[in-house]
Design a protein around this ligand. Structure first.
Ligand SMILES: [Zn+2]
Length: 294
């Protein structure tokens, strides 16, 4: 991060940095480390610290906030990521649309390493993650969020998906349009039986971080889109020794440059924040949540 500078002042939610970005990207440092004029901002939230600082930069005239999902150096396993703090931090710097790329295992032989799949559905098989801001528990600031039940039939932003698919095609990387991402607790990979079961259910790819990221975004009225890069065939879809972490890292590294290109083009293809009219942008219409969003 030679070209980044760090702002020394910490910012709580809504103090000084709102409007700094309109689009958020949750992913590795490989996505922003070469951008010029990246500003590092430390953000605190009512839910504690996000995975890392938020890195503010610009892509094609759009202001973007990058957040390394696993922290710098990848020290946070999927089940220890503070998802609530991450989404809250992004919203507090002005973000209203989020792209959350992630690495996944393919559940069908035809979805081999290097496949880019933009899911339209997800199945939550995580076990021990806080999934809501609206838990009726008094927060540190004394406010009490109401109990809120939001629609989540279509978990991803239709406009964001369109932008992601168009960006992939623009890079000559024909994506799989739609499919189901099943999110497991991890950090271990699936057994063969679990993997075969996931495939038999008709699900497409399996990952560890796509949830509760998606539902927490919805609960904040944020648009959320994921694009998944298949790094391996999951245990039930291949005949070998099963998934290894080394193989996942190798395939991810081999594809990170073009994934970054797709991501940046997708940023440019997202609608203007004020013109959003999707299900996500209306998620909180007419609902009294009991808390003030940043
Ligand atoms: Zn949306």
């Amino acid at each position: 991060m030679a070209n980044a500078h760090t702002e020394t002042s910490e910012t709580g939610s809504g103090t000084g940095t709102e409007g700094s970005a309109e689009i958020g990207v949750i992913g590795g440092s490989g996505f922003y480390s070469f951008l010029e004029d990246v500003t590092e901002v430390s953000v605190d939230t009512p839910y504690g610290k996000p995975s890392d600082s938020v890195f503010l930069g610009e892509i094609g005239g759009r202001r973007v906030a990058f957040l390394p999902r696993h922290g710098r150096g990848h020290h946070l396993p999927p089940h220890r990521i503070n998802y609530r703090a991450n989404l809250w931090a992004l919203r507090s710097v002005g973000v209203r649309q989020v792209l959350g790329p992630c690495a996944v295992g393919g559940l069908r032989p035809e979805y081999g390493p290097g496949t880019l799949l933009v899911p339209d559905q997800l199945v939550d098989r995580t076990k021990n993650r806080v999934q809501t801001y609206y838990d009726g528990e008094t927060r540190a600031d004394g406010t009490v969020p109401h109990v809120v039940h939001l629609g989540f039939a279509d978990p991803y932003c239709p406009e964001g998906r369109k932008a992601a698919l168009a960006a992939a095609r623009g890079q000559d990387w024909e994506p799989v349009d739609g499919g189901t991402l099943v999110v497991v607790e991890g950090p271990r990979f699936s057994t063969r039986a679990e993997s075969r079961w996931h495939a038999a259910m008709g699900w497409s790819v399996v990952g560890m971080t796509g949830h509760p990221e998606a539902v927490l975004a919805r609960e904040l009225g944020l648009c959320y889109t994921t694009m998944t890069l298949v790094t391996d065939l999951d245990a039930g879809a291949e005949a070998g020794e099963g998934v290894s972490h080394e193989e996942v890292l190798r395939v991810f590294a081999a594809n990170v440059d073009r994934l970054r290109s797709v991501l940046f083009d997708a940023v440019g293809g997202l609608p203007a924040t004020d013109s959003r009219d999707c299900v996500c942008s209306h998620a909180l219409d007419g609902i009294d949540t009991g808390i003030t969003l940043p």
